[in-house]
Design a protein around this ligand. Structure first.
Ligand SMILES: [Zn+2]
Length: 312
């Protein structure tokens, strides 16, 4: 009998579930996150998802969660988008409730795990993953393992300072990559300039919609995306110089606009050393939709079998 692994992608607005059976991912379920004020709200949401998938025997659970986590201890250290919870013993609490081993990671690492097994990073040992959505996240693959650092937080590319004394970031610092290049950063760029009297045809200040106007030649929309791309290229070049990766993969909603990856490739030679650039491929992620949940199920499979997927 095939073992069953539950994968959960726990985001700030929705929670995606999938069940991995053999090589297949079945029982896709999506629910709303709703308000989260304690670890028990998270447990309740997972219970609802488990019920909806209709399975009664799981071997292990994997959760990819928006925030900073300690993968080894199974602790959600800073869950900024989930009721701002800190230091919650997520893996133990869920494990008690469901009677199976539970493993957690952040949502970007979960996506990286999925890409590594089924997508653009299959067979790749050294890579950098940059996720550009509402925020900017990152993951690092070294020697085929995920580099997590001392506390599990490594790869927060969104909070690399790209503009000294730049715009205020959610993290409290100024001038982070996320303030310029995330979906919210692109929206803020447009909003600030409209306030200053810029003329534009943009009818809704939403990253996806701004991309539509950029493609039809609206000057402000084009500039907003060019600004985002500029800082992504700068960061990508620096990451290439640090890690000498085989691939840099871009994922996330903003990348789906089609305005990011090729544009970054055109600019990155300004920042990366030529010898490094010759070897690196810069690509869009292959997997779509349920990537986080799929990666979380793979996380459950690998870690419950004792496989060491991390380097730190
Ligand atoms: Zn920041």
């Amino acid at each position: 009998m095939d073992k069953l692994f539950l994968g959960v992608d726990f985001g700030g607005t929705k929670v995606n579930f999938t069940v991995m059976k053999g090589r297949e991912f079945i029982n896709l379920v999506k629910i709303r996150t709703g308000s989260i004020s304690s670890v028990y709200d998270i447990v309740d949401k997972v219970s609802v998802g488990v019920e909806r998938t209709g399975i009664n025997k799981i071997n292990a659970i994997g959760i990819g969660i928006a925030g900073m986590v300690d993968q080894i201890k199974g602790v959600g250290v800073y869950l900024t988008n989930l009721g701002k919870l800190t230091n919650v013993n997520l893996a133990d609490t869920l494990s008690e409730k469901f009677g199976v081993p539970v493993f957690i990671d952040n949502d970007v690492d979960a996506a990286l795990i999925a890409e590594k097994e089924l997508g653009a990073l299959n067979g790749i040992r050294n890579a950098v993953f940059i996720s550009v959505g509402t925020g900017v996240g990152g993951g690092i693959l070294i020697g085929g393992k995920i580099y997590i650092g001392k506390n599990g937080f490594a790869g927060e590319f969104g909070h690399i300072t790209v503009r000294e004394n730049g715009l205020k970031c959610n993290c409290g610092k100024r001038g982070c990559l996320e303030t310029e290049s995330s979906g919210t950063g692109i929206e803020r760029y447009v909003r600030n300039r409209i306030k200053r009297g810029w003329k534009t045809k943009i009818d809704k200040i939403e990253a996806k919609r701004i991309a539509v106007f950029a493609k039809s030649g609206d000057v402000l929309a084009t500039k907003a995306y060019q600004n985002a791309v500029h800082y992504l290229a700068l960061t990508t070049g620096n990451l290439i110089n640090i890690f000498n990766p085989e691939k840099v993969i871009f994922g996330g909603g903003v990348v789906e606009s089609g305005l990011i990856v090729e544009a970054v490739k055109n600019l990155v030679s300004k920042y990366a050393l030529p010898a490094f650039l010759k070897e690196v491929k810069i690509e869009k992620s292959i997997l779509k939709g349920n990537t986080g949940a799929i990666g979380a199920a793979l996380l459950a499979r690998d870690r419950s079998s004792g496989k060491n997927i991390y380097i730190y």
